[in-house]
Write a protein that binds this ligand. Sequence first.
Ligand SMILES: Nc1ncnc2c1ncn2[C@@H]1O[C@H](COP(=O)(O)OP(=O)(O)OP(=O)(O)O)[C@@H](O)[C@H]1O
Length: 255
Amino acid sequence: MTRPQPLVTLRGIGKTYANGTVALEGVDLEIRGGEFLTLLGPSGCGKSTILRLIAGLDAASSGALTRAFDNVGAAIGFVFQEPTLMPWASAFDNVFLPLRLQGQSRRTAAPAVKEALGLVGLADFAEAYPRELSGGMRMRVSIARALVLRPLLLLMDEPFAALDEITRFRLNDDLLRLQGELGATIVFVTHSVYESAYLSTRIAVMAAKPGRIVAEIATQDAAPRDKNFRLSPAYASSCKRAVEALRDAVHGEDF
Ligand SMILES: Nc1ncnc2c1ncn2[C@@H]1O[C@H](COP(=O)(O)OP(=O)(O)OP(=O)(O)O)[C@@H](O)[C@H]1O
């Protein structure tokens, strides 16, 4: 059986910034349809740089990056660590933005905007302003804005890092539910071993100086992600493998 073509393929990717920082060297990575891939690694190992290259927000210095789709703007949704909402606009208008930029009228876009807000549990908060929402709710609006174009691929750069643990757990569950409902492929950046082990079907562990991938951990066969999963041996085993790979990755440094 032939494997389906990956959505995005990185081959021998290097990235050196203008100031000489070698952010990535020799990165080989395939993003496969339907997977939840986490990039896990210490600060500065190039996780955000990989997302930016995949999204076409920056260009690689060497190697080849190929995508199985053309319209990058419509096919990729991006969620950043900060919700980056327009403070003067309602939740509705924030989620409407990508459709507005496509030239849609508010009235034409309304069903899609309401659906996206509904997907993240904010159907009743369309008219609320960011200042009226909690941190978790603001992040939900940000996710709805990324989903409103129904992207093939969702790139998420430490989206829950600033949230408290309980809110983070809740959003982790919501994200898995959303992925199941939408069938989206997700590439997720985190520093957290626990978050990576909970969410992913595959973890790419990275090391810094230069940024590179040092291990891939498949967690696909772990038990279903229900309320007991965080207490399960499968989860503990994924955490252990990720900790060991990270320890090897930062060998010689404090861990
Ligand atoms: N525009 C830039 N110009 C120069 N150096 C940069 C630029 N962007 C990132 N870097 C450097 O490239 C390296 C990788 O950065 P990147 O933000 O991709 O890492 P990261 O793993 O996402 O880090 P963090 O977890 O702290 O967000 C770091 O050394 C960073 O300082």
